[in-house]
Design a protein around this ligand. Structure first.
Ligand code: HEC
Length: 248
């Protein structure tokens, strides 16, 4: 019994740790089965993210096949690097250039192919919505989920500019800490609040797809596999009944 209690406590604390120390995450509510969402996510990703981040384990041709896009649609609308249809999705920006110019405080924009696996959909959704204006930062932006992040808010035109409010606390040792209390929009974006949520959800959905493209095929096969199991169970049951009829 003691051991069981210990295992439950360890399990719960491991979960708490994995969720990033209890930071509040919004539910992304992505739907990997929605092709419209994936196509819109791909478009937004290519327009707003691919300049700095690569998806180097994904190919344009694979994406086209999985999302039902033609070669011409992808080449004309989604490839901005002059890359071939069959090549991997590299980024426009060069790390050597970032280093030389000292951009983003030398924090290189990472490859995002697997980021939905490492960070989780809810984290990505909350992160992309949590940028706020902070003139003390070199990029002019900060983020409540990823404090002092070096990435600027690339979606500000769609979202509008928001400012964050914090409450100041001082403990008995005189150490001051700040608790985030909420956002307020100081300029309107091109999209409404709900439209912006949908746009971010679509980007996250697309990143969840690139992290495991085979899941689309797996999901398409799933009903057939279940149907096969049901039919097979029925046949096995009938066979068993037939074999045992003389024994009883
Ligand atoms: C102007 C360049 C630039 C653009 C465009 C950009 N990012 Fe970033 N991004 C960065 C930099 C730089 C970092 C590293 C931040 C740090 O470590 O402080 C980063 C970090 C991230 C991270 C955190 C990675 C991790 O696990 O630490 C995610 C997720 C991310 N970006 C997603 C996106 C998405 C999605 C888009 C498009 C909507 C985008 N970025 C567009 C520069 C950019």
């Amino acid at each position: 019994m003691k051991n069981l209690t210990l295992i439950i406590i360890l399990f719960m604390s491991a979960n708490l740790f994995a969720s990033g120390g209890g930071a509040h995450l919004e539910s992304a509510q992505t739907n990997i089965r929605s092709n419209d969402s994936l196509v819109n996510g791909a478009k937004l990703y290519m327009n707003y993210c691919s300049g700095c981040h690569s998806l180097q384990y994904q190919r344009y041709s694979r994406m086209a096949a999985d999302l039902g896009l033609s070669k011409d649609e992808v080449t004309e609308n989604l490839i901005f690097t002059g890359a071939k249809f069959s090549s991997h999705m590299t980024k426009t920006m060069d790390n050597a250039q970032v280093k030389e110019k000292g951009w983003f405080n030398n924090a290189f924009p990472k490859d995002l192919t697997l980021v939905a696996k490492s960070r989780g959909n809810d984290w990505l959704f909350t992160y992309l919505k949590s940028f706020y204006k902070d003139s003390s930062k070199s990029t002019g932006w900060n983020n409540t989920l990823f404090p002092d992040v070096s990435m600027p808010n690339v979606l500000w035109e769609l979202q509008g500019i928001q400012q964050a409010s914090f409450e100041e606390h001082e403990d008995e040792h005189g150490i001051v800490s700040h608790t985030f209390t909420g956002f307020e929009n100081i300029t309107e974006g091109k999209l409404s609040h709900d439209e912006f949520d949908t746009a971010v959800r679509d980007i996250v959905n697309f990143l969840a797809y690139t992290a495991e493209p085979a899941q689309l095929i797996r999901l398409a096969y799933a009903p057939w596999v279940l149907l096969f199991l049901v039919v097979f169970t029925f046949l096995a049951f009938m066979l068993k009944k037939n074999y045992f009829k003389d024994i009883h």
